[in-house]
Unconditional design. Structure first.
Length: 421
């Protein structure tokens, strides 16, 4: 059995909104006096849940709360969740960039982190000098780094600029070199955040291939944060789903992606009612629902019947300046297409709007889907965006519901015209 290479025990991280530290001398003194007396920090007893959609009711917020997990040697652990769920905070704690408020991290071996563009790079040093700087930070000797130098430069694709100061690199070039350094200097644990998304498609494919080699062939451990569900399913062996700073699910990569795309529920949520999305000056989103035209919301959505997407929202004023847009994503997290009331010349009105958008029968293949909601102002500015605002599944009514044996490839079924000439 593989040995445990990293253990996270009761990891929590508390921040005070708007300021660094506690923000006041009196709070600092209260914390110091509690520690002198051997008492618990008094400010750990308060703090709001890390839900960015709600208005704060206290000055303190728990970015992470009570995270526990083990990582085994050779694991590729995917950490997924919505924006603001606490993924990057967790990686920073694991990488020892910041310390947890409570809990502890125990690791065996060297950790290399790629958390932000150019992490650990000195802008005034050249790319080559930064290779040696990063290697030294990882505890490698100059001789060990020298062996890998040309391989790193070749992988990064930055040979022409390797002796140019890094401050003159584009963000994509910095990511290329930073990943090449982190991946080739043989860390025991490689920590990679969504930063790879900055690179171009060719480099992303190259980087994922390298991470597979690191974990598969070299047997090293990778911690990977991404919103690309296809990459998580392809690369990771296990996963953790974070929601509002709390670990809500742990399992195989396949199970975690499925749980995440279902909106954190065992059943896909075909109808969502909202209470606190919007503001009195612009809009209020009341409800989004999707179902077959002739079925109820709690029934499965079948592919061979018309599907209707319903949106209920209130526009407070200047309705002609707004329109609703959705982005449809498949179960791999890939964007399929967008849909908007503006394209259909259906305008919003001041007051309550009941929008409906119909998908023709036989349009979507069986599978899991999610919708991203955007309210656009003046055709160019998104004043509200929510990823995976609603998740749904489409099944084949001709077979047992939920069984996808013999499913056709792809995610849509185009209605094409055929002729016999």
């Amino acid at each position: 059995m593989s040995k445990i290479i990293l253990t996270a025990q009761n990891i929590s991280k508390q921040y005070r909104l708007g300021v660094v530290g506690t923000g006041t001398l009196s709070h600092d003194l209260n914390r110091w006096w509690a520690s002198v007396r051997g008492k618990e920090d008094p400010y750990l007893k308060i703090g709001a849940e890390n839900d960015r959609s709600k208005k704060a009711e206290t000055d303190y917020v728990w970015a992470l709360r009570g995270i526990n997990f083990d990582v085994y040697d050779g694991d590729v652990l995917g950490i997924i969740g919505k924006n603001g769920a606490g993924k990057s905070t967790l990686l920073k704690i694991l990488s020892r960039v910041t310390s947890p408020t409570t809990g502890s991290i125990k690791t065996k071996g060297r950790i290399a982190s790629l958390l932000e563009v150019g992490t650990g790079f000195h802008p005034e040093l050249t790319g080559r000098e930064n290779i040696y700087l990063n290697g030294a930070i990882l505890g490698m000797t100059k001789a060990e780094i020298k062996v890998k130098e040309e391989e790193i430069i070749d992988f990064s694709g930055c040979a022409m600029y390797i002796d140019t100061p890094v401050k003159r690199y584009s963000s994509g070039m910095r990511v290329r070199l930073a990943f090449a350094v982190a991946a080739h200097l043989e860390p025991d644990i490689l920590v990679v955040d969504e930063v790879l998304a900055v690179g171009d498609a060719e480099f992303q494919k190259k980087a994922i291939g390298k991470m597979k080699d690191i974990s598969g062939n070299d047997g090293r451990t990778v911690l990977f944060v991404s919103h690309n569900m296809a990459a998580v399913k392809s690369l990771c062996t296990r996963g953790i789903v974070l929601e509002n700073g709390i670990s809500t699910f742990e399992g195989t990569a396949e199970e975690c992606v499925s749980y995440y795309l279902k909106g954190g529920k065992s059943e896909l949520n075909n109808r969502q009612v909202f209470e606190d999305i919007g503001d009195s000056k612009h809009f209020k989103l009341n409800e989004i629902a999707i179902k077959n035209s002739n079925r109820n919301y709690d029934e499965p959505i079948v592919e061979d019947e018309e599907i209707v997407l319903e949106t209920n929202l209130v526009i407070s004023s200047e309705s002609e300046r707004y329109h609703v847009t959705y982005h449809l994503y498949n179960e791999l997290g890939e964007a399929m297409f967008s849909l908007s009331n503006r394209r259909a010349d259906v305008n919003l009105i001041n007051g309550v709007n009941h929008l409906s958008c119909k998908f023709p029968k036989g349009f979507l293949q069986p599978g899991n889907f999610s919708l991203k909601f955007l309210l656009i102002k003046d055709r160019k500015k998104a004043i509200y965006v929510e990823d995976s605002i609603i998740n749904f599944t489409v099944v084949n009514a001709g077979r047992e519901l939920g069984v996808y044996m013999g499913r056709e490839p792809g995610f849509i079924i185009p209605d094409l015209e055929w002729n016999q000439n």
